[in-house]
Design a binder for this molecule. Structure first.
Ligand SMILES: *Cc1c(COP(=O)(O)O)cnc(C)c1O
Length: 371
């Protein structure tokens, strides 16, 4: 018997929530699966594979250098290691304590996300600047000191209100000779974000392979300058150094290469239109229901230009609707925007036909079960 979700008794889910790791991130298209399968059938020198995959990914994403890692959180840890040690092997040998190496990463308080803790894996602490309302340039300037290793910038429209713009952060960090690296894990689309942050002067930008790129779930892409990425390579697998705990396999490397090639080739405008058409159908289908307000929103939960439905519930609890949808057959994961509003995102659907299944289930829950 072949192992399957069914053989383990694990329930398949239709995902209209978001590209969440706890829901499986994204689904790999055939060209990504084919690249992984082919990679699994042959031995190669993984140092050579990393170098050639990195050079190719750099060229197609308009960057100086690139590196495939196991995910954006691992990429943050690797960039922190690179910011601390560069390519200095004596320093790398002393990690994670490395008392002579700088040990602080500066970040906006407004950029604090659960993933920020990944930098602590590299033996550093986070120095927070600004507050939830605003950040002043002098606050950032005052945070630099002899222990500063780098600046972490978390990209995203939804996190930008109280933060300084990236180019200003880079300009200030440059004066102190400190690299800025960008957590851009979920900042695709638009596709040109693959080069936007590095063009603005960031030493590196980090993307999840398992979100909109639809690469392997345990993959990530770091793009950046030749200098900074040399430090990532020196710390990363296949070396038997501290970051070996985050090693990426040959299958993930090739899967991510195929995923980035595909992402650069697909028609993003057409995809936007297709997702928009599903959103319009959902809005129209839900419009007549009493006690709900369905509206089209042009921005998804990660702040990306991708349409979704905001479903405001006047007399039904968001948590109970989400639980009821998850409990159905097939099970459906819908998003929670806030205490009164759910969200429905078409971009994660395995098949456009699932859009009708979702609408039928919602009509049943919201129309049928009410007194
Ligand atoms: C998803 C996400 C991460 C983590 O990415 P993984 O590839 O799952 O490790 C980090 N930062 C942000 C902002 C994210 O959205």
């Amino acid at each position: 018997m072949t192992a399957s979700y069914a053989s383990l008794g694990v329930t398949p889910i239709i995902n209209v929530d978001a590209r969440m790791t706890f829901l499986g991130g994204s689904l790999m298209p055939p060209e990504v699966l084919a690249a992984m399968l082919a990679a699994a059938e042959t031995y190669v020198d993984v140092f050579e594979l990393q170098a050639r995959a990195g050079a190719h990914l750099a060229a197609i994403t308009r960057n100086e250098a690139a590196y495939v890692c196991t995910g954006a959180a691992a990429g943050m840890a690797l960039c922190t290691l690179a910011a601390r040690t560069g390519t200095n092997l004596a320093d790398i040998a002393r990690l994670p304590l490395a008392p002579d190496c700088p040990s602080e990463i500066i970040a906006h308080r407004a950029h604090r996300v659960p993933y920020s803790r990944a930098i602590e894996l590299a033996g550093t602490t986070l120095v927070e600047v600004g507050d939830a309302i605003r950040t002043e340039p002098f606050e950032l300037e005052a945070a630099f000191g002899p222990r500063t290793a780098g600046v972490l910038y978390v990209a995203g429209q939804h996190l930008s209100r109280a933060a300084l713009p990236l180019d200003q952060v880079v300009e200030i960090a440059d004066r102190f000779g400190v690299p800025v690296f960008v957590d851009a894990a979920a900042q695709l689309p638009p596709v040109d974000n693959l080069w936007r942050f590095t063009e603005q002067g960031a030493a590196a930008a980090i993307f999840s392979g398992g979100k909109d790129l639809c690469g392997p779930q345990s993959s990530g892409l770091i793009v950046g300058t030749t200098d900074f990425l040399a430090g990532v390579v020196a710390n990363g697998a296949p070396h038997q150094r501290i970051a070996r705990a985050m090693k990426v396999g040959k299958e993930e490397i090739m899967g991510l290469v195929a995923a980035v090639e595909r992402y650069l080739a697909i028609d993003h405008e057409q995809r936007y239109q297709e997702c928009g058409a599903i959103v319009d159908r959902w809005v129209a289908g839900l419009a007549h229901l009493p006690g709900v307000e369905a509206t089209r929103n042009e921005i998804n939960s990660a702040g990306q230009p991708m349409p979704r439905v905001m479903l405001r519930l006047h007399d039904r609890d968001v948590a109970s609707l989400r639980a009821a949808m998850r409990g159905r057959t097939p099970s459906i994961a819908i998003g929670r925007h806030d205490s009164t509003t759910c969200s429905l995102t078409p971009e994660c659907l395995a098949d456009p036909a699932e859009a009708d299944t979702v609408l039928t289930a919602l009509l049943d829950e919201l129309g049928g079960g009410r007194s």
